[in-house]
Each structure stands twice: as structure tokens, then as C-alpha cells.
Design a protein around this ligand. Structure first.
Ligand code: AMZ
Length: 283
């Protein structure tokens, strides 16, 4: 049995899907009808970055520059959900540096405390770890280093877990950084994204490292440039500083973006969640 359906993509693209008898979903073709670009919801993802079991924010990805905002990640996650956020972004920072999950206990506690979906990155480097997290209830995993080192693994994961694999592309000086951003590859963001065209990656989270954690404002022009170069929905990350960034997200030229990550500005109280979420709902 083959069932073909159309779905509204959060990106600037719609995709024709084929759902086979095993309910595996394969993208058959991608088109860009401009009329569906309007009025799609923009997701604001509150971020929980975990270091040594605590919720922290770093500056420019430096572990030595950590500010602890909460020592109870599950309570922090619950508070974001209670404020109306609909999707949580979690990073296991120790995991990203060590190449394996380190803050699994804190992630388990977050999952137990929430009903909203959670995306998780940091130290997820093989299929077994991907499967473990998805079985535990992570909505989608974010693959960073492995997307540079072993793109075939990302493609295998997309086939095995349709709709549940995102790629994290973190760029510094135009080059993609890996291993907790301690190393820089020779790839540009566009080159890396190009490797996954038609692979079934559900989203790219694009971080401008040179803005991350220092409230410099989102780099929306560069994020939009990446979004125009790929059919994969793109999420903006790094530097979101104020409600003005949120307002920019609903400008027509950025309508193709799936959403944005907010970290320090939220913890600092520079953004009022109710105001931000109301703006995005109207947009
Ligand atoms: O802040 C950092 N130094 C950092 C960070 N936030 N290093 C990696 N990461 C995040 C990426 C992505 O979500 O933005 O970790 C994830 C990638 O981890 P890995 O282990 O797949 O490279």
C-alpha cells in the first residue's frame, strides 16, 4: 500500500511524501509554492544547556565562561513549559566535548517533567545513542560533529528514524566548528547543508558562534542565506538579545525560518515569554 500526502512544511518548501506499508516516510519531491510560506508558526525554542548537571549559559561556547542559572534542570524545563513554550531545546555541553552523553540523568529528569517535545544535542555520535534517546522520548536528536565526520551515518539515521533527526551547524568565521566548538572544519555551513539535501533531515539548527551567549542579536541575514540554499527547514541560533530579534523573525524576508533558539536573554529577563509568544502567534 502506498499513500501519498501533502504536508505544510515549516520551511519555505512543501514536500510530497510517500508513506509506505511500514509507515516509513520518504520525501519524493520538493516544491516551493509561495502561497504556503505565509502564516506558518515560528517556534521559539527556550534552551537548556547542561554542564555538570546544571543549567548554564556560556559565552562564545567557552566552558570557562559558564554562568549557572538553575541547578534543577527539570524545574527549569517545567517553568518554560508553564510559560507557554511549545518545544524545548536541550544541549548536553559536557557531552559535546566528550563525544558521548554525560548529562543523561538531567535529560531523563527533564523528559519526565514535560509533555512538550524536546530536541537534544551534544555527544550523540552513533546510531545506538540516537535510538536510545528517541526510545526515551526525545522528539528529535541534533547531530553536530558526526554530521561533519560521517554524513552517511546521518543519512542512515534519517532512514531509520524519519522526521526525528536534526543537524546542528555551528559556524565560526564562516567555517563549521565541531567537538564542542574546540575544532574548526574546512566546511562552510552551505557545503555541509548541501550534503544532506534530500536525506530527510527534519531541521538544521544554525548557530553563529561569534554571537552565542553575548546578546549580539541573531544573525538573520546569514541564517536566511543558508535557508535559501537548502530545502531543509532552518532554525536560527546564537545571540538572540531582545524582543526586536523576535519581531525580526516575523518579517516576510525571514518567513522561511522554522524558528529560533533563545537562551541568555530569556534567563536574564530581557525577553518576556508571554509577549514573545504572543507576537509569534500573530505573525
Ligand atoms: O557551546 C558549545 N561549546 C557547544 C554547543 N552548544 N558545543 C556544541 N554545542 C552543541 C551544538 C549542537 O547542538 O550546537 O552541541 C550539539 C552538537 O554536539 P555534537 O556532539 O553532535 O557535536
Amino acid at each position: 500500500m502506498t499513500l501519498r500526502v501533502w504536508f505544510r512544511s515549516r520551511s519555505s518548501h512543501a514536500s510530497e511524501l510517500q508513506v509506505d506499508a511500514n509507515f516509513a516516510i520518504t520525501t519524493l519531491a520538493q516544491i516551493r509554492p509561495p502561497e504556503i510560506e505565509k502564516n506558518l508558526p515560528v517556534i521559539l525554542f527556550p534552551a537548556i544547556d547542561l554542564k555538570d548537571g546544571q543549567c548554564v549559559r556560556l559565552k562564545l561556547g567557552e566552558m570557562s565562561e559558564a554562568t549557572v542559572f538553575n541547578d534543577d534542570p527539570a524545574a527549569q524545563a517545567r517553568s518554560f513549559q508553564d510559560k507557554g513554550f511549545e518545544y524545548l531545546h536541550v544541549v548536553d555541553l559536557n557531552g559535546a566535548f566528550e563525544g558521548r552523553p554525560v548529562n543523561a540523568g538531567a535529560v531523563d529528569a527533564i523528559l519526565a517533567a514535560l509533555t512538550i517535545p524536546v530536541q537534544l544535542g551534544g555527544g550523540i555520535r552513533d546510531l545506538a545513542t540516537i535510538e536510545t534517546w528517541l526510545d526515551k522520548g526525545i522528539a528529535r536528536v541534533i547531530l553536530g560533529t558526526i554530521a561533519v565526520r560521517d554524513p552517511a551515518l546521518v543519512k542512515d539515521a534519517c532512514r531509520a528514524f524519519p522526521g526525528r533527526i536534526a543537524v546542528g551547524i555551528d559556524a565560526k568565521g564562516g567555517q563549521v566548528a565541531v567537538e564542542g566548538w574546540a575544532e574548526t572544519s574546512r566546511l562552510t555551513a552551505n557545503e555541509l547543508a548541501g550534503r544532506f539535501e534530500d536525506a530527510g533531515v527534519s531541521a538544521i539548527i544554525y548557530t553563529d558562534i561569534e554571537r552565542d551567549g553575548i546578546l549580539k542579536g541573531l544573525n538573520l541575514p546569514a541564517t536566511a542565506e543558508l535557508a535559501r540554499a537548502t530545502s531543509i527547514p532552518v532554525i536560527a541560533s546564537g545571540g538572540l538579545a531582545s524582543i526586536d530579534d523576535v519581531k525580526d523573525l516575523i518579517r516576510p524576508e525571514y518567513a522561511m525560518l522554522e524558528g529560533a533558539i533563545t537562551g541568555r536573554a530569556l534567563y536574564d529577563g530581557r525577553i518576556d515569554p508571554t509577549e514573545a509568544l504572543a507576537l509569534l502567534k500573530r505573525g
